[in-house]
Design a protein around this ligand. Structure first.
Ligand SMILES: Cc1cc2nc3c(=O)[nH]c(=O)nc-3n(C[C@H](O)[C@H](O)[C@H](O)COP(=O)(O)O)c2cc1C
Length: 175
């Protein structure tokens, strides 16, 4: 799982990580630097590591250091910021979360699910649609459909994150 610096990421453990573990998944979490700073400040980086049994990653490993996470069956970026979606679409990998997501997109057979928590102003940016098109063409499951519309780009203040709907989508596409 990847968490970005969007409102609601502070609930990542309780709303997505722990429910996924309860559904039988092993979960490894990587945060963007912004999300890492936010969650570290409230003790959540440590708590996520405790409940997953794996280091909650923010920084890249040093060359020669072992990989802290096992191979991943399915990537879920939730919440994803407009910033991370844009960089992912362009192939930018300037932090560990983007590095891992970008490699996942290039790995055949590994699903990538992205829930952008964005508002109407971000959707109206002239580059937004081309980012959406690029990611969908690459096979990314971008959760912008009607099912998620109440939480996503058509709502002015991006009110919430449909955590269980995201998890249901993961289970459907990995079934
Ligand atoms: C309190 C707060 C809430 C934010 N919520 C969002 C959000 O919901 N969606 C979004 O795209 N950006 C949001 N931002 C802006 C991002 O944090 C900012 O663009 C940041 O550079 C994203 O970095 P990241 O994509 O590496 O996590 C928020 C910023 C703050 C301070």
């Amino acid at each position: 799982m990847i968490g970005c610096g969007a409102g609601g990421v502070e609930r990542l453990r309780g709303e997505l990580v722990e429910p996924a573990i309860e559904r039988g998944w092993q979960v490894a979490v990587t945060l963007t630097p912004t999300a890492g700073e936010w969650l570290r400040a409230i003790g959540e980086v440590e708590r996520i590591s405790q409940v997953t049994g794996l280091a909650c990653r923010v920084e890249a490993r040093l060359p020669g250091a072992g990989r802290p996470h096992p191979d991943i069956d399915c990537y879920v970026a939730c919440p994803a910021t407009a910033n991370t979606v844009a960089k992912l679409a362009l192939g930018i990998a300037d932090n560990q979360a983007l590095t891992t997501l970008g490699e996942a997109i290039g790995t055949p057979g590994v699903p990538v699910v992205v829930f952008p928590k964005i508002n109407a102003t971000q959707v109206r940016h002239p580059a937004w649609q081309s980012h959406v098109d690029a990611l969908r063409t690459a096979g990314v499951h971008l959760l912008l459909d009607d099912q998620f519309a109440a939480h996503g780009p058509r709502s002015g203040n991006a009110p919430g994150i449909p955590w269980s709907g995201v998890l249901d989508t993961v289970e459907r596409i990995t079934d």
